[in-house]
Design a protein around this ligand. Structure first.
Ligand code: ADP
Length: 613
């Protein structure tokens, strides 16, 4: 069992076709992740790169802790299930399932037991002797699954496995696959172009378009809070209705005007709205048909006068096609009504639940109403190493000592707000989100977003490594480009293959790394006392990287003390021998093996004078 990480993975075919572009996906152990998107968006290529059937052009893929970029498919401990089953036609079901084990020479009794258990799990017990030609499509796909399960892989990769089945069988197999995932408790990555399949099966869905990840989230998140118009239109049937509109904001609120309907945003929406006070922007109003109710008046909903176009009776409800006219323009959309009502041609009232609408920027097509705002900007002041904000103050940690006195803007994300006693606020509203409760915390007039169980009158602190400091337009880089770490240079004789050889080490507290020829030569040039004196090694952002599987540079184990988020760039705060240094990137581990590029390390004396670079 294992999680999986794709780090800035790209695939370019023949130096021309960019099939996959900078894909970053973090898949948890046991998660069922669905890659979904229109044909040609790069889903299969992504899956094939994970499987090792396709080289990656750049980036890294990790399965568990292993970087697998260079590993053969057979060494990745994954199992893949394809659309076309790929069964051996002349072999029985039992032989198809056990093929891999037989090749490995596993004991016959063990094979028999495993095959029987799996056949039972998949409802194939009565067909073990049958040949694939005598099975239904669904049964063949189950045999293909059985063949994958028997290998006990860390990760299952499924590429449109249900596409060859008819609609009814597909629905049945969807449910079976979900149940199988729960039973096996293994990571599943599933590729499909069918958003219904994605919505019904995935714990998490990754929506792709033109090789780029458009959004990754739970089915609920994608349905209720699409990050962009593409995801909004792709997820959900019937499709979300889109209307051109204007969003205007002043001190008192914000108004959405789509011509045929005009309404004010709620206080909750206003707190999240990415339109500044005094601004009026062109946008797209997105309303799901589920949020337009036809016929029955609803309290608090916006009423629009429409004309009936047609009615589709779906049994429990009717999907109603409507039309509104504004300035000679006809706008068509869909809503739902009761299937018990006969709707006459002519005028009809529809009621829009404006609390559940979406707004997208007309140009970028990104949401203007995010589920969780990326950050809130807050004015603050720095004086003598202390940060004054929300009528309170905190001392700046050493990583932020480079910040100068004066006014500064803080970008505060939900991750930057943590339980604590430094500041006080009032929780005005709460919403359920994936990771808990999203609290709207009013702190001295500014509304912040915190996730957690904050009381109505609450106190909180800021995790300053997660706050982004902005001076005017410029993001202040409080991450030092170079950190100095104390070391001793040591020479020891060691036995290697029966011979005594001299080895050189840089020793940092309890940790030591072997140094190589070029660095040793530079050290020797410093004179006689190199083995007595203490030195400082200058670790720069470009001289450290996570150790690779085939690492050539010396490596050292560092503890991960935190992540500093600097808008699009993340830095790991690492510690070795009581010294903190930084490395670009992020991970969720407690310890990290770091490769040190000794060919480009600077060395200083204990006073901080540069000795060589
Ligand atoms: P999807 O699985 O989402 O339908 P693919 O991953 O198969 O998409 O393809 C993504 C893009 O890469 C498409 O534009 C496709 O034409 C291109 N592509 C896929 N395989 C190759 C290949 N072997 N050589 C060149 N281009 C390819």
């Amino acid at each position: 069992m294992a999680g999986l990480k794709l780090n800035h993975v790209c695939k370019v075919y023949d130096g021309k076709v960019k099939a996959v572009s900078d894909v970053c996906i973090n898949i948890k152990d046991k998660e069922f992740v669905v890659l979904v998107g229109p044909s040609g968006c790069g889903k299969s290529t992504t899956l094939r790169m994970i499987a090792g059937l396709e080289d990656i052009s750049s980036g890294d893929i990790f399965i568990g802790d292993r970087r697998v970029n260079l590993l053969e498919p057979k060494d990745r401990n994954i199992a893949m299930v394809f659309q076309n089953y790929a069964l051996f036609p002349n072999m029985s079901v039992a032989d198809n399932i056990s093929f891999g084990l037989r090749m490995q020479g596993v004991d016959k009794e063990i094979i028999k037991e495993k095959v029987e258990t799996i056949a039972e799990m998949l409802g194939l017990s009565d067909y073990l002797k049958a040949k694939p030609a005598n099975l239904s499509g669904g049964q063949r796909q189950r045999v293909a699954l059985g063949r994958a399960i028997v290998r006990e892989p860390d990760v299952f990769l499924l590429d449109e496995p249900l596409s060859n089945l008819d609609a009814k069988l597909r629905a049945k197999m969807r449910a079976e696959l979900s149940a199988l995932h729960r039973k096996l408790g293994t990571t599943f990555i599933y590729v499909t172009h069918d958003q219904v399949e994605a919505m019904t099966m995935g714990d998490r869905i990754v929506v792709m378009k033109d090789g780029v990840v458009m959004q990754s989230g739970s089915p609920r998140q994608l349905f209720n809070h699409p990050a962009n118009k593409f995801t909004a239109g792709f997820i959900g049937t019937p499709q979300m209705n889109f209307f051109d509109c204007t969003v205007s904001r002043d001190e008192n609120g914000a108004e959405v005007d789509a011509g045929f309907v005009k309404f004010n945003l709620s206080k909750q929406q206003l707190a999240k709205l990415k339109v500044a006070v005094g601004e009026s922007v062109k946008a797209t109003l997105g309303i799901r048909p589920e949020h337009i109710s036809v016929g029955e008046s609803q309290e608090g909903f916006a009423e629009v006068l429409t004309e009936l176009v047609s009615v589709e009776d779906l049994g429990p409800k009717s999907l109603i096609h409507l039309l509104s006219r504004i300035d000679e323009k006809e706008i068509e959309f869909t809503g739902y009504g009761s299937s018990d009502v006969y709707y006459n041609d002519g005028e009809l009232s529809a009621y829009i639940n404006t609390d559940l609408i979406n707004l997208f920027d007309a140009e970028t097509e990104n949401t203007l109403l995010p589920e969780i705002p990326e950050y809130v900007e807050i004015g603050a002041t720095i004086k003598n190493g202390t940060l004054y904000v929300f009528n309170g103050s905190v001392k700046l940690p050493s990583a932020l000592e480079s910040l100068k006195d004066g006014d500064i803007t803080l970008r505060v994300s939900t991750e930057a707000i943590i339980p604590g006693k430094d500041f006080s606020g009032v929780v005005e509203m709460r919403e359920n989100v994936e990771d808990g409760k999203l609290c709207f915390v009013n702190a001295q007039g500014a509304v912040l977003f915190a996730i957690g169980d904050y009381e109505d009158n609450c106190t909180f602190s800021l995790d300053l490594s997660k706050v982004v400091f902005v001076n005017g337009e410029e993001i202040v880089d409080s991450i030092p480009n170079e950190s100095l770490i104390d070391f001793r240079f040591e020479r020891v004789k060691e036995e290697e293959n029966g011979k005594k050889v001299k080895k050189h080490y840089a020793v940092f507290g309890d940790a030591r790394v072997e140094t190589f020829f070029d660095f040793n030569t530079k050290m020797y040039r410093l004179g006689k006392k190199i083995f007595e004196n203490q030195f400082k090694l200058g670790i720069r952002l470009n001289t450290v990287r996570p150790a690779r599987e085939d690492e050539v540079y010396p490596t050292i184990c560092a503890s991960l003390e935190g992540i500093c988020d600097f808008e699009g760039k993340k830095f790991m705060k690492l510690k070795v021998a009581d010294t903190i240094f930084y490395m670009e990137g992020e991970c969720e581990r407690e310890f990290l093996v770091v490769a040190l590029d000794f060919d480009h390390m600077a060395v200083y004396d204990t006073e901080g004078n540069l000795l060589f670079d």
